[in-house]
Write a protein that binds this ligand. Structure first.
Ligand code: MLT
Length: 244
């Protein structure tokens, strides 16, 4: 925390830059708008008991043997042999109620796992924007928005959310000396906010998902405040903050 007493909000634009940040005293907000952290918010809102973010497809099958539902996405598609993919709509189904889920995705679940060792790890998405901002203000700790990107590269949608969240946290928070990524994210968000779907029309993951004909997923994931959950990671497990 800074000398002025206000906590700091920073933005890490890709997991490749995460090593530059010391998050021992900070809460990391893992962000994968399309679609992992959006689907995680939906699953906990619609009654899943917990979600384990898993790194590999192989590891997920071990959870299946323990009675978990397993979800996997690679290249945007559901992986054969899994119960669920990564569409937020599939996490609204009755079969997830009361269940523990192991989920592995290309970037989102990795971003959650690389933040291990931070003072706190939560999942952020437009779907929980306001409730997450209010919860972070209450925690009064430094925050790092960690954009999952795509395979260690920058992406627009995660950056837009990092900008939206940073903007909500200021003026309760302040920017750090390394503030340019937060300023860039907020400026981009302000450019895009009136029509984020259109703003993202040529973006890489929208193009990727368009090929799979899952545009409704994109539209839904860009709609603010559809859930009231703050998914908090403890001991490798994500649960609603109120369930810990
Ligand atoms: C990821 O982890 O990269 C994603 O959430 C990809 C997707 O579901 O389309």
């Amino acid at each position: 925390m800074s000398e002025a007493g206000k906590p700091i909000v920073e933005v890490c634009l890709t997991p490749a830059l995460f090593y530059q940040y010391n998050t021992k005293e900070s809460i990391v907000v893992a962000i994968d708008i399309l679609r992992a952290t959006s689907s995680i918010c939906v699953a906990l809102q619609y009654g899943a008991r917990s979600i384990v973010p898993v790194m590999t497809v192989e590891e997920s099958f071990q959870y299946k043997e323990k009675g978990y539902l397993i979800g996997a996405e690679r290249q945007g598609s559901m992986v054969e042999g899994f119960d669920l993919g990564n569409s937020p709509f599939s996490y609204m189904e009755d079969k997830i109620i009361g269940r523990d889920i192991a989920l592995t995705t290309t970037n989102g679940t990795k971003a959650i796992n690389i933040a291990n060792g931070s003072a706190g790890i939560v999942a952020g998405s437009f779907l929980n924007l306001d409730v997450l901002a209010a919860w972070l203000i209450e925690q009064n700790k430094d925050v790092l928005c960690l954009c999952a990107g795509w395979k260690n590269t920058f992406n627009l949608e995660d950056t837009l959310f990092a900008g939206a969240l940073s903007q909500k946290l200021l003026p309760h928070f302040q920017l750090s000396e390394h503030r340019d990524s937060a300023i860039a994210a907020m400026n981009l968000y302000n450019l895009a906010k009136h029509d984020m779907y259109d703003f993202l029309k040529d973006s890489s993951h929208r193009t990727r998902l368009e090929r799979l004909k899952i545009d409704e997923d994109v539209l839904y994931c860009l709609t603010p405040n559809q859930t009231l959950v703050v998914p908090v990671l403890k001991d490798g497990v994500l649960k609603k903050h109120s369930d810990w």
